[in-house]
Design a binder for this molecule. Structure first.
Ligand code: UN1
Length: 485
C-alpha cells in the first residue's frame, strides 16, 4: 500500500509518522464496519453514550501534556496554543456529556385531547468527517463527540498534515469505551475525502477547510442524493478600532488575533479597520510588538510564533503579499520568509503588517491563512461596518471602543456569525455556536447546544391515546365533543 509521511513543519526532515494512502475501497470497508458497530451503539441510552464521552474527556485531560507536544510537533503550534487545542477538546467532552442528560427535544401541548406531541433526535447512521490540521484535536472533538452522542458511527479523514493527532484523539475515545469499529480513521489526500463525501452509506458529511475544497465536497455529497451537509469554511476577519478605544487593549488584541497560530486560524484577524485619528499610533505599536515576537521551534516554550504548515503555504503567503504591494499597499513590517537556526527546511513567515490597503484590494478580500494583517483606514462607524461586510466571508469580527452604543451598533450591523467587543476575533468558547454567514458556511453551527444538529435528524412524534380517530385541524373542539370529556 502507498504511504505518506507526516512531518514536523519546523524541521520537515523529522518524520512524525507514516500513514497509508487509503483508496475508495478502503473507505467502503470502514463505512461498512462503522455501520455495523452503529447498530448496537444507537441502542445505548443517550446518558450512557454521554458517560463514554465524559470518559474520553478524562483520558484527553490525563494525556494533555503528551497530546500538547504532539500538536506542537505535527501541526507546528506553539506549546500554549497546542495545549489550548487539547483543552478545547476536553471542554467539548464535558459540554457534550452534559447534553446527554439535558433537554433532547421539545414537547408541546397537543391541540387535541388525550394526545401527546413531542420531538426527539435520531442518528443518521454513519457520518463522514473531513477535518483540517490547524486544530487537529479540537476540531475532531467538535464533530466526533456530538456525532457519537446522537448515536452515529464515524469515519474521519483528517488532513494529511495531522494524521497522528487524529489517531491519538481516536485512541483516547477507544480507551474510554468507544467501540473500535464505531470511529474509524482513513488517511491520504483528496481521494479518500471524495470517496467519503460521495458514499451512499454516509448519512451526514461535515467538512472544515477552504471554500474551494468545500465546494467540491458539497458537490460530491449531493451527487448521491441530498443528505445532511455541514460546511465550515474560511474567514477574512476584521477588527474595527474606534478613536475612543483602549489602544493598549487593541494592540494586544490585534497582535494575538493576527499572529497567534501564525495567522492560520479560520478566525484569525486579517483586517484592521482603524479610525485615521489613531491609525498611526496603533500601527506603530502593532509593528513594534510584531518585531518582538520570537519565531522558532514551536516546542520551545519561549517561542511565540511557529512555522506555517508547509513551504508551499509560505510561497502562497509571499505571493499574496507581493500582489498587495503591486496594488499599492506598503509593508510596515515583515513581508518575508525567515530562516530559523536549528529549524532546517521549516517555513517561517515574519509577522507582517500592510498599510495603505483599500477595501477593493485582493489582500482585503481573500483569506491569507498566514500572519498578515492588512490595515484599512476608515473614519465613520457605518463605513467601517460596511467594509467589514463588503466581502464574501462572515465568520468572526471584533470592535474596540469604550462607548457602549458604538460597540452595540457594530454588533448589530456586522454580518458575521461571531462578534467580539474589546477582544480579538479568535478564541471562541465551545458552549456557544461556532460558524459563519455567507460563504463561510451553509448555516449549521458547530459546538454549543446546536452542534448536534448537523449529525442528527429531528423526529416529530404524536401519540393519541383517546382510542378513537381524532382529526387535527378539522376535529370538533374538545369542549363541544361529549366523547372527549
Ligand atoms: C479554526 O481556526 O478553524 O475561535 C477554529 C477560535 C478557536 C477555533 C478556531 N476556538 O479561534
Amino acid at each position: 500500500m502507498t504511504t505518506f509521511r507526516s512531518v514536523n513543519p519546523a524541521r520537515p526532515d523529522d518524520v512524525v509518522g507514516e500513514y497509508p494512502v487509503h483508496d475508495a475501497a478502503a473507505v467502503d470497508a470502514v463505512v461498512a464496519a462503522a455501520a455495523d458497530a452503529q447498530r448496537a451503539w444507537r441502542r445505548l441510552p443517550v446518558p450512557a453514550r454521554a458517560d463514554v464521552i465524559a470518559a474520553a474527556g478524562a483520558v484527553l485531560a490525563r494525556d494533555k501534556d503528551g497530546l500538547t507536544d504532539l500538536v506542537a510537533h505535527e501541526a507546528g503550534k506553539v506549546l500554549v496554543e497546542a495545549g489550548g487545542d487539547v483543552q478545547e477538546a476536553v471542554d467539548m467532552a464535558h459540554f457534550v456529556a452534559g447534553q446527554g442528560r439535558s433537554a433532547w427535544g421539545e414537547i408541546v401541548p397537543s391541540e387535541l385531547g388525550d394526545k401527546l406531541a413531542w420531538t426527539t433526535r435520531q442518528p443518521v447512521g454513519v457520518v463522514g468527517l473531513i477535518t483540517p490540521w490547524n486544530f487537529p484535536v479540537a476540531i475532531p472533538s467538535w464533530k466526533i463527540f456530538p456525532a457519537l452522542l446522537a448515536g452515529n458511527g464515524v469515519v474521519i479523514k483528517p488532513s494529511e498534515h495531522a494524521p497522528a493527532c487524529c489517531e491519538a484523539f481516536v485512541a483516547a475515545c477507544v480507551e474510554a469505551g468507544v467501540p473500535a469499529d464505531l470511529v474509524k480513521v482513513v488517511h491520504g489526500f483528496a481521494e479518500p475525502a471524495a470517496a467519503l463525501a460521495v458514499h451512499p452509506g454516509v448519512g451526514a458529511v461535515s467538512f472544515t477547510g477552504s471554500v474551494p475544497t468545500g465546494r467540491k465536497v458539497a458537490a460530491s455529497a449531493m451527487e448521491t442524493g441530498p443528505r445532511l451537509l455541514s460546511l465550515e469554511l474560511g474567514g477574512k476577519n476584521a477588527m474595527i478600532v474606534r478613536p475612543d478605544a483602549d489602544l493598549d487593549l487593541a494592540v494586544e488584541g490585534a497582535v494575538f488575533g493576527a499572529f497567534g497560530t501564525s495567522g492560520q486560524r479560520c478566525t484569525s484577524t486579517s483586517r484592521l479597520i482603524v479610525h485615521p485619528d489613531v491609525a498611526g499610533e496603533l500601527v506603530d505599536r502593532v509593528v513594534k510588538r510584531a518585531g518582538e515576537l520570537r519565531l522558532g521551534d514551536p516546542r520551545d516554550p519561549g517561542v511565540d510564533v511557529g512555522p506555517v504548515i508547509t513551504g508551499s503555504s509560505a510561497e502562497r503567503i509571499a505571493g499574496m503579499v507581493a500582489a498587495a504591494v503591486d496594488e499599492g499597499a506598503t509593508v510596515a513590517c515583515g513581508g518575508e520568509t525567515v530562516t530559523v537556526p536549528g529549524c532546517d527546511g521549516g517555513a517561517f513567515y515574519a509577522p507582517t503588517v500592510l498599510t495603505g490597503v483599500r477595501p477593493g484590494h485582493r489582500i482585503a478580500r481573500e483569506e491569507v491563512f498566514g500572519p498578515v494583517l492588512a490595515v484599512l483606514e476608515v473614519a465613520g462607524l457605518d463605513d467601517a461596518i460596511d467594509v467589514v461586510n463588503s466581502i464574501e466571508y462572515g465568520l468572526s469580527a471584533a470592535v474596540y471602543s469604550r462607548d457602549i452604543a458604538t460597540a452595540l451598533r457594530a454588533v448589530d450591523g456586522i454580518d458575521t456569525g461571531i462578534v467580539y467587543v474589546n477582544a480579538p476575533t479568535i478564541g471562541a468558547e465551545i458552549p456557544l455556536p461556532f460558524g459563519g454567514t455567507k460563504h463561510t458556511g451553509n448555516g449549521f453551527r458547530e459546538a454549543g447546544t446546536r452542534g448536534i444538529e448537523q449529525f442528527s435528524q429531528l423526529k416529530t412524534v404524536y401519540v393519541d391515546y383517546s382510542g378513537r380517530l381524532q382529526k387535527a385541524q378539522i376535529d370538533t373542539h374538545p369542549l363541544d365533543d361529549p366523547e372527549a370529556q
